[in-house]
Write a protein of this length. Structure first.
Ligand code: ARG
Length: 572
């Protein structure tokens, strides 16, 4: 039950009559009533009429009584909408029997490919990969819950010229030793050692070059060594996913190398379509609308001057495969904003080539950086990029310590379970609760705080409700009538009914911070309710109503947090 949509559907025909064509009634939550419609204000200029007149005219046509809604014109021309208590109570009671809490499965299931995480072989995952993994996981969960067919793709960086030097370094180290280092997660040391040799040693450079040729030519021993690098790195990444508690598995890796055989055709087809132009020895496409600082058209390089294919060609092949073979109609790329232009150009070229056309849509879900306390890019003390696992382990340790200090009686197993759920939850929530295009500061104190817009605040609200329900001794009766004795009960009911609208909006926008913000409002409304409305000591009818409101809140918090990939705890 999406209340905003219900009101919008009721007002739309009235607006259409007044305006002589379709109009969005622009319904939203209101500080003065339950909801308000801003449609009349938006229309005033077009109709050349005062907005209050338009609003009044709309109200003469709108049918709202039967759903218990009263409406009045207010301020410069808003329409304020208020639900009768009875109507609101019935709507909220209706959620109790619905396992989906008012959120329908989609009527139009799509095949959605979510491209996320995408670390690089023999390189440590950095915080950018953390953001991609956390945001991608939440998108996958939400879209799956809504009934879409979701394909997870982990576009592993497993190909390209650096593999010459990496394989040679592996040969120098000895396979056993190298495999050991990599699977232990010592990826950066390995990579840096290879790089240092490459920069200092000409003979090593020459060997590396020959090795790239052997790799591309399919030399058997070289391929085996390359596989070793890839599998050891994959094994390590899987331990990170496990710690991070995300659903990426071994089956989801689809490395850049998987598209190698498709690359020549991509270039041939672009050539046949007349899109390919030589530029500086390379083969390029110049998609319309992209110019550099100097005003010159920007090339997307699909075949480099040495004849090799790079990152852009691979993404073109991957896009084609996702549409053609996987049958995707929605393509999501959860990759940092520095790659914005790359994706814009890849999409433009794919459109020009006819590989990407409606109803298929490609969206780059770009995100900002994680900053340190000094407001600069997060760095370790030595000035290196921060190792992701270290960050996750620190979160768990901090959360475990906090749990112990708050409750010294906790046994070790319970403290560990809480530390893990809260620590990892806090990391994820800090990421998902801000507009993803913005940078944010990693602030341990704030993200682990029990108050504020944090995971622990929401997890604590959930645990608190579960404790009330346990103490009640009986489950909330799903058919208990809802009564409003206090404004706080009514306010909580309005929030509970907002879940469907938010989830529907996030399905379209994938602005996960809207869902986080909603859950925070819901928990805050619950806490206000809980302060003013005794549950267990209330008399029969009120007690049953309050228990049901509490139970609905717990279910909504749990479902909402689950969509974000955050665990709830029965006790904390
Ligand atoms: N491996 C890339 C990186 O670390 C991310 C891959 C993103 N996905 C893609 N289809 N290009 O930057």
């Amino acid at each position: 039950m999406d209340l905003e949509k219900l009101l919008s559907d009721r007002l739309a025909p009235a607006f259409a009559t007044v305006a002589g064509g379709p109009v969005d009634p622009l319904v939203r939550r209101s500080p003065r009533a339950d909801f308000q419609s801003d449609g009349a204000l938006a229309l005033a200029r077009r109709l050349g009429r005062p907005p209050r007149d338009i609003a009044a005219a709309v109200l003469t046509h709108a049918v709202l009584d039967d759903i218990g809604v009263s409406a009045e014109v207010s301020g410069p021309g808003f329409v304020n909408l208020t639900l009768a208590d009875r109507a609101l109570a019935d709507l909220v009671a209706g959620l109790a029997g619905d396992a989906r809490l008012g959120v329908p499965s989609t009527a139009t299931p799509q095949t959605v490919v979510v491209d996320y995480s995408g670390p690089n072989v023999a390189k440590e995952m950095h915080v950018g990969h953390l953001r991609s993994t956390v945001i991608g996981d939440a998108a996958v969960r939400l879209l799956t819950w809504l009934g879409h067919r979701v394909v997870r793709v982990n576009h592993l960086g497993d190909w390209g010229t650096p593999f010459g030097m990496l394989i040679e370094h592996l040969v120098d180290l000895g396979e056993a030793e190298a495999a050991q280092n990599l699977s232990m997660g010592d990826l950066d040391t390995f990579y840096r050692a290879a790089r240092a040799k490459f920069d200092a040693d000409e003979a090593f450079q020459e060997r590396s070059r020959l090795r790239v040729v052997a790799l591309q030519g399919g030399d058997e021993r070289t391929r085996r060594l390359w596989r070793l690098l890839v599998t050891q790195s994959e094994r390590y990444f899987l331990t990170v996913y496990d710690l991070l508690d995300v659903g990426l598995s071994a089956d989801d890796f689809r490395g850049e190398s998987a598209y190698n055989d498709l690359l020549p055709r991509v270039v041939d087809d672009l050539d046949r379509l007349g899109l390919l132009l030589p530029s500086g020895g390379a083969d390029c496409v110049f998609p319309p609308g992209f110019t550099g600082r100097d005003g010159e058209p920007l090339p997307l390089i699909v075949r480099k001057s040495d004849g090799g294919y790079g990152y852009p060609a691979t993404d073109l092949a991957a896009l084609r495969q996702r549409v053609g073979e996987l049958g995707a109609t929605r393509l999501l790329y959860v990759v940092g904003l520095p790659q914005r232009q790359h994706f814009a150009m890849v999409f433009a070229v794919a459109e020009a080539a006819g590989w990407l056309r409606p109803p298929v849509r490609a969206e780059h879900l770009g995100f900002g950086s994680i900053l340190g306390a000094d407001g600069r890019m997060l760095r370790s003390r030595a000035g290196e990029s921060v190792k992701l696992v270290g960050l996750l382990e620190e979160a768990v340790v901090r959360a475990t310590d906090l749990a112990r200090s708050r409750n010294p009686e906790l046994d070790a197993a319970a403290a560990d379970a809480i530390g893990r759920a809260v620590g990892i939850g806090a990391i994820k929530y800090a990421d998902l609760s801000v507009d993803r295009t913005k940078d944010y500061v990693l602030d341990w104190e704030r993200m682990l705080a029990l108050d504020g817009n944090t995971a622990p605040y929401l997890q604590y609200a959930y645990a608190r409700i579960r404790s009330v329900l346990r103490r009640a001794g009986t489950a909330a009766r799903p058919d208990a009538p809802i009564v409003f004795a206090q404004p706080a009960e009514r306010a909580l009911a309005v929030e509970l009914l907002g879940f469907a609208g938010v989830v529907g909006e996030v399905e379209r926008s994938l602005e996960l911070h809207q869902l986080a913000g909603y859950l925070h409002r819901l928990a805050t409304a619950f806490n206000a309710f809980y302060e003013r409305c005794p549950v267990l000591s209330a008399s029969d009818e009120l007690r049953e109503s309050r228990l049901l409101l509490a139970e609905l809140t717990a279910r909504t918090l749990r479902q909402g947090l689950d969509l974000l990939g955050i665990r709830t705890l029965e006790r904390m």
